[in-house]
Design a protein around this ligand. Structure first.
Ligand code: ATP
Ligand code: MP5
Length: 448
């Protein structure tokens, strides 16, 4: 019997929504979210909006036939099981989408987008009743925000208690699951499941960051998690977690409401991996050097590297327990890990604030001979004097900034001659750990 080759299937999902030329909401947010969550995203565009972070300037709706053609092209070829809707623009498009969803047997998440956060209608008023009558009964879950829930339920939604009443009313329109999102209430989402008549609070607190596209990102995440087989409650909890990270990772993009960044957390994980790999190779260079142990100070040595834009010591990796001298060799005590050294991370964070490209540092033994070797290698050198340190300052933070100020930019070498009970020290700085490790090994060889 011939064995079938093993293939890993990726869930295929679809967004039926508008395009936002500013790249923050609509299909841009949806496709980024799908990519971040490891599903294959396809799309059918309903309307092309001329939009930025300050609002919608114009919208050019596609014909229902153009929307239908996109859905047909994808579904005729690919096994799409879950889809979401965002901006549907007009009654005609709502009607067409309802027909296509039934034709292709799609399990549907509806984000009943009505207006842009920064201003601008995205669904004509007369289309609301068509949405309620013709599309709602065919969806698995709907994710209105407070004001959308209010419109659908015909009541004002200003409190979590109103959200409960609205959720039951919306379920009464023929929807199995209603999630009233709390971005404009108390940052807590309310999940209502009609079959069991149960409410589940998905708690949250307000975080700071851009929220343009948060509703699109949330409903796209729901679609992806459900397509991956998660239960409604797990999908709601995971989607909330995902959207909060996307808000926290948002970056300034325009003058209005900044867009969420659904790929921010994924990119940070990638950067963390690259830093650990670079640092591991750097430590290997040090371990393999026959001369490096001569540069290890009494307190031990450490080498660290930060992810781009690091702000805290948890974003800087270093060697757990430092690198020590054992007989004639340099030996790392533990593994490379984030948050392993407050000392070396203070140096790096202080340098990085002056020049974001400088992300690595190593501390080595001070001696006139080592300093002379640095001069011979024509490295830029600066220093600080511990006696001048202001009270309550963190030495490494202050000392590094002081040496940089004196030099006019970040030098390759920063030293201090120590103080009472404080060993003098030399630090080498650079763009990455391998670069500073190579510099340190070369310096050690020069001492021969
Ligand atoms: N500042 C915030 N802090 C924490 N969570 C938030 C914040 N803003 C929105 N959320 C979360 O984002 C998701 C989308 O909620 P929201 O109620 O803002 O939808 P929306 O109004 O449709 O979004 P949009 O801003 O795209 O119109 C929900 O999970 C909500 O709890
Ligand atoms: C094309 C499109 N779809 C959806 C939204 C809603 O997102 P937000 O309320 O965050 O502006 C939008 N602004 N544009």
């Amino acid at each position: 019997m011939t064995e079938k080759p093993l293939t890993v299937k990726i869930p295929i999902v679809m967004t039926i929504a508008g395009s936002d030329s500013g790249g923050g909401a609509g299909i841009a947010a949806d496709l980024k979210t799908f990519a971040a969550l490891g599903v294959h995203g396809t799309c059918a565009i309903t309307s092309i909006t001329a939009q930025n972070t300050t609002g919608v300037l114009e919208a050019f709706d596609l014909t229902p036939a153009a929307v239908a053609s996109q859905i047909e092209a994808v579904c005729a070829d690919m096994d799409v099981k879950w889809a979401k809707t965002g901006m549907l623009a007009s009654s005609e498009i709502v009607r067409e989408v309802a027909k296509d969803v039934r034709k292709h047997g799609l399990s549907l998440v509806i984000d009943p987008v009505m207006a842009a956060e920064a201003g601008g209608d995205l669904l004509r008023k007369e289309a609301i009743s068509v949405l309620i009558e013709e599309l709602l009964p065919f969806c698995k879950v709907i994710t209105p925000n407070a004001s959308e829930a209010g419109v659908l339920a015909g009541i004002e939604v200003k409190t979590p208690k109103d959200a409960k009443i609205a959720a039951r009313k919306i379920a009464g329109l023929g929807v199995e699951t209603v999630i009233v999102t709390g971005g404009h209430l108390d940052a807590t989402d309310l999940l209502y499941e009609a079959v069991s008549d149960t409410f589940t609070r998905i708690p949250g607190t307000f975080v700071k960051g851009g929220t343009h596209g948060s509703g699109c990102t949330y409903s796209a995440a729901m679609t992806a998690f459900l397509a991956c087989g998660k239960s409604m409650e797990v999908a709601a909890r995971e989607s909330k977690k995902f959207v909060v990270e996307a808000i926290l990772k948002s970056l300034p993009a325009g003058r209005g409401v900044n867009p969420v960044n659904p790929l921010g957390a994924t990119l940070e994980k990638k950067e963390r991996y690259l830093v650990l790999r670079n640092l591991k190779d750097a430590v290997l260079l040090i371990e393999e050097s026959p001369d490096f142990s001569k540069l290890i100070p009494e307190v031990g040595c450490n080498i660290g590297m930060a992810i781009p834009g690091a702000k805290s010591y948890e974003e800087v990796a270093a060697v757990e327990g430092r690198i020590v001298k054992y007989r004639i060799r340099a030996v790392p005590v533990g593994c490379v890990e984030f948050g392993a050294s407050k000392h070396v991370s203070s140096i790096i964070l202080s340098a990085l604030r002056q020049n974001p490209e400088i992300r690595a540092a190593i501390n080595v033994k001070y001696s006139e001979k080592v300093l002379a070797a640095c001069r011979e290698m024509k490295l830029g050198i600066s220093s600080f004097d511990r006696a001048e340190e202001p009270e309550n300052a963190s030495t490494m933070d202050w000392g590094t900034a002081e040496a940089i100020k004196k030099y006019g930019s970040v030098p390759k070498v920063i030293y201090d001659r120590g103080g009472t009970g404080k060993e003098p020290m030399i630090r080498l700085l650079g763009t990455n750990a391998i670069e500073v490790a190579k510099l340190a090994v070369e310096l050690a060889e020069k001492l021969q």
